[in-house]
Design a protein around this ligand. Structure first.
Ligand SMILES: [Zn+2]
Length: 328
């Protein structure tokens, strides 16, 4: 439900053909005016003020919050560019705003709602909802031509979502469709039995809809598709230690290839190696450090030993493993 304001043009206004019609089509336009403030009300005033002297007039202008009506549905307008053709003489013109300070997607939804309403009121079939381009070849509605089928499907969606009219109380009102979340609750509660097909039929939903319910159920139960675990990568620090230990030979390119890393990564490793060299940390082998630990040179307690050795945790773990091996 979108509020429709009226600012009707007189039949004898210069920008109005002055003829009546029985609407058989609905023609969709974009205003081609992305300026801020170029909303529905502004376009209604523009028409009321004579459309800048142009022979231009249309029925409804829609923005993201409201609709302004300028011509009655049975008044002809000048908007389709087909002269005395059916675009001008038998169609209701709807301009969808594209003002920068508006929400275009919402304006589109509002237009779809209005179109559905007019289709019902004038018994206009969906195939008679057309573009301005359909009548005159103009690139309009310029923002919807690429997605015209989707736009029309959006009107059909409104048809499906149409609430039952309160004027027919005898008809049992359709139960409101359940949300994905509600259905997931029920599936978890076991209300729809077991087996996907059985559950889907019990819920009375489409396969694509059931997939959504299933994903929601899995999400709640903490089931997720296992992601392939990335290969354990060595830290910059580990690689630097290995280089210092001579495990990757000499020469930067040789070392880089031996480590199997990119040049950028190798630069980081090299910087770390240089940093340690600068800080004067003697590069000892795991075996040497293990011997020192066994000899009691680094005190007691793992953290103390590690700090005394000046190595990272991963390297210390290797030293520890070596110590354990030697002490067996
Ligand atoms: Zn147009």
């Amino acid at each position: 439900m979108v509020k429709i304001h009226e600012m009707l043009l007189d039949q004898d206004a210069a920008n109005v053909p002055g003829l009546s019609m029985t609407p058989k089509y609905i023609t969709v336009h974009n205003t081609s005016n992305p300026s801020k403030g170029a909303d529905a009300e502004m376009h209604a005033k523009y028409q009321r003020n004579g459309s800048g002297g142009r022979q231009a007039s249309w029925h409804y202008t829609v923005d993201d919050t409201e609709i302004w009506q300028s011509l009655k549905d049975n008044q002809q307008g000048w908007h389709a560019g087909d002269g005395g053709g059916p675009g001008n003489t038998q169609s209701i013109g709807i301009e969808i705003c594209e003002n920068a300070d508006g929400d275009f997607n919402q304006a589109v939804k509002n237009a779809q709602w209005l179109i559905k309403k007019l289709m019902d009121e004038h018994d206009i079939p969906l195939e008679n909802v057309v573009t301005h381009k359909h009548w005159s070849g103009k690139n309009c509605p310029r923002l919807l031509l690429d997605s015209w089928d989707e736009f029309k499907e959006g009107i059909s969606d409104n048809v499906d979502k149409k609430e039952d009219k309160p004027s027919k109380p005898s008809k049992p009102s359709k139960p409101k469709s359940k949300s994905i979340s509600q259905m997931a609750d029920e599936v978890i509660a076991g209300k729809h039995g077991t087996g996907h097909e059985a559950r889907r039929k019990s819920l009375g939903i489409s396969k694509s809809e059931y997939e959504k319910v299933r994903a929601e159920v899995n999400r709640r139960l903490g089931v997720s598709t296992p992601k392939p675990k990335p290969k354990p990568k060595k830290s910059i620090s580990q690689m630097a230690t290995e280089i210092i230990q001579g495990k990757h030979g000499n020469g930067h390119e040789t070392r880089r290839k031996s480590l199997g890393i990119s040049k950028a990564k190798y630069a980081q490793v090299r910087a770390e190696v240089n940093k340690r060299a600068d800080s004067g940390t003697p590069s000892k082998s795991i075996s040497q450090m293990a011997s020192e630990v066994i000899a009691g040179k680094h005190g007691n307690g793992h953290e103390q030993r590690r700090k005394s050795l000046g190595i990272d945790k991963a390297t210390y773990e290797k030293v520890r493993a070596e110590v354990n091996k030697l002490m067996k």
